[in-house]
Ligand binder design. Structure first.
Ligand code: J2J
Length: 550
């Protein structure tokens, strides 16, 4: 990895965060053995038909970490991890943290376009994928992508059907040998706490790859504070249903929060109500996290005669706007409490307190996890607005890095000169210090918590010969919050259908969740005075002309 492409915290602040005890100077890779020493024989991870104790988890982590070394992956190398929620995801992530190999958290629906552009950007040395997932051949995809990357990249496959050109993940972790000796060897090459531990993907507002390097120090603090605020402990049974590569299920407090508190993690690759309810009952799940779109489905499909959800104490809801009305119905419907979570892969995390009054839980997105989080709400000219007024939220703090990896021009837009991250969210702060998300100024579509960059879609469809100009706009939707509507000025005499757009984007290797779900052809797009498509006017057109499909 090109470490010069990272943007570090200023040295004086880094020092202050250490002195304050936020940064403990330890690698996240030391976690599994520390946990094993405290909770050795208790079950740590459940995934498919595997149940791993903390001790087994530590041993597998070490075996895989050493296996990475044996195939030439060394500290500082980046690997694209595209695994569905299963025990392999957990072991792979921990082994990366242990060896200092940096996982880039891709999502299972990503295809050539995302894997190749991110893989090039981070100079990936390997892709770790399932053999086959939901009828799609990920090995084949990974081999195609690997062939386009600048450095020779290995394809490591989780599953049974490993092709001869690929390496088997299970084989890499089937190493024999002395456990303690291996542990010492790995301890000796442990990454520095200031090294990047994981690369998370940003929702993004342009076509530029935006990856966020989270250091061991910062992510450790993020996890520790989250686990404390959410009351995680050895009795926690956390169900991971959102794609585990998202910051929310991974570390808010999620999988890493539960394990580091001595709790248990149940990995489930699907948020389907039936499976989720059955798993909650079977594993006595106490807490899970979901985006509002998924919680809505659970609420619709839970029935009084349904399975036993009595173990469920808390649902964390975040990722997109949750209306106060829906928030108020979740508790009674699922028989648990709600904690709203407002977070971002870039850093800042806010939770409503576990024991907050309904007013706070239903109507706010909570308060930051750290007294060192700095918040600034500004108007369009960047001036602070009076407390309680709406403006764009800027933030800095001990777990909010100062820039994306390797994109200085983008960083000049997304961060202020003095290191504030521009969230692009419009918020107000209540007198009690809770954040209320009121809208956004960034140009993206939030589809069931998945962020889709309008600019990225526009750039891609503009490659189609039939299109002169295109603008992607969020279309409100009762199920998923927002869907992508594409406004297009087509070349005279050319026809264009939604299917044509879907076909072109699919052929280009774009993830299915980004594909527009409505197409509106216009003779011309409305423009702002500076000549950009006028999105406010387009949203107005949508409001006046609701979707008539089905
Ligand atoms: C409204 N909008 C929200 C909320 C995030 C925990 C929880 C969520 C994310 C996440 C995360 C929102 N109400 N409660 O990483 O660790 C929108 C905002 C924000 C953007 C960040 C976590 N919670 N959002 O969603 O990086 O617009 O992280 O800036 O995917 O989601 O998106 P992302």
């Amino acid at each position: 990895m090109n470490t010069e492409a990272l943007v570090p915290w200023p040295a004086d602040l880094a020092h202050a965060y250490r002195v304050a005890g936020c940064w403990r100077g330890r690698s996240l890779g030391s976690g599994p053995w520390e946990w094993a020493e405290q909770w050795g024989d208790r079950v740590a991870v459940v995934g498919g038909d595997r149940r791993l104790t903390f001790r087994e988890l530590a041993m597998l982590t070490d075996r895989l970490a050493e296996g990475f070394g044996a195939v030439g992956l060394v500290r500082g190398d980046t690997v694209l991890v595209q695994l569905p929620n299963g025990w392999e995801f957990v072991v792979t992530t921990l082994a990366c943290l242990r060896a200092g190999v940096v996982p880039v958290m891709m999502l299972p629906p990503h295809r050539e376009y995302e894997l190749a552009s991110i893989g090039r950007h981070v100079d990936a040395k390997a892709l770790i994928v399932p053999d086959d997932w939901r009828g799609y051949d990920h090995q084949e995809l990974a081999l195609r992508v690997a062939a386009t990357l600048p450095s020779p990249a290995k394809v490591i496959v989780a599953g049974e059907n490993v092709r001869s050109e690929c390496l088997g993940l299970r084989e890499l972790m089937s190493r024999s040998g002395q456990v303690d000796a291996r542990r010492r060897r790995l301890d000796a090459v442990s990454p520095d706490a200031s090294d990047v531990a994981v690369f998370l993907l940003s929702g993004g507002t342009t076509g530029v790859p935006k990856v966020i390097g989270r250091t061991h120090d910062d992510y450790d603090y993020n996890i520790r504070r989250s686990a404390a605020v959410c009351g995680f402990g050895p009795d926690t049974v956390y169900l991971a249903v959102l794609p585990a590569g998202h910051n929310f299920p991974l570390a808010s407090p999620g999988i890493l929060g539960a394990l580091s508190a001595g709790g248990r993690v149940v990995m489930l690759p699907s948020p389907r109500s039936e499976t989720v309810f059955a798993t909650i009952a079977a594993e006595r799940v106490t807490v899970t996290s979901a985006v509002p779109a998924i919680v809505l489905r659970w609420m619709e499909e839970v029935s009084v005669t349904g399975p036993d959800l009595s173990s469920l104490r808390i649902v964390h809801v975040g990722g997109s706007v949750l209306s106060p009305e829906v928030a108020a119905r979740i508790g009674p419907a699922l028989g648990c409490r709600v904690q709203q979570v407002y977070g971002m892969a870039e850093g800042l995390l806010c939770y409503t307190p576990i024991d907050a009054p309904d007013e706070v839980t239903h109507r706010t997105q909570g308060a930051p996890i750290s007294p060192y989080d700095e918040l600034l709400v500004v108007d369009r000219d960047g001036r602070a607005v009076p407390r309680g007024r709406i403006g764009e939220l800027l933030t800095r703090g001990p777990y909010t890095p100062r820039g994306y990896f390797g994109v200085p021009e983008q960083n000049a837009l997304s961060y202020t000169e003095d290191g504030w991250y521009r969230t692009g969210d419009l918020v107000r702060i209540t007198p009690e210090g809770n954040i209320v998300v009121c809208g956004r100024v960034k140009d993206l579509i939030n589809r069931a918590g998945e962020k889709i960059s309008a600019g990225e879609i526009e750039t891609l469809v503009q490659e189609m010969p039939a299109i002169i100009e295109a603008a992607a706009v969020a279309m409100p939707d009762p199920q998923v919050g927002e869907r992508v509507c594409l406004f297009v000025r087509a070349r005279p005499g050319r026809t264009l259908t939604l299917d044509d757009v879907a076909e072109a984007l699919t052929a280009r290797g774009v993830a299915a969740f980004k594909i527009p779900e409505r197409l509106e052809l216009l003779d011309d797009l409305p423009h702002t005075p500076v000549g950009k498509p006028d999105k406010a006017a387009l949203r107005g057109l949508l409001a006046a002309k609701p979707d008539t499909r089905s």
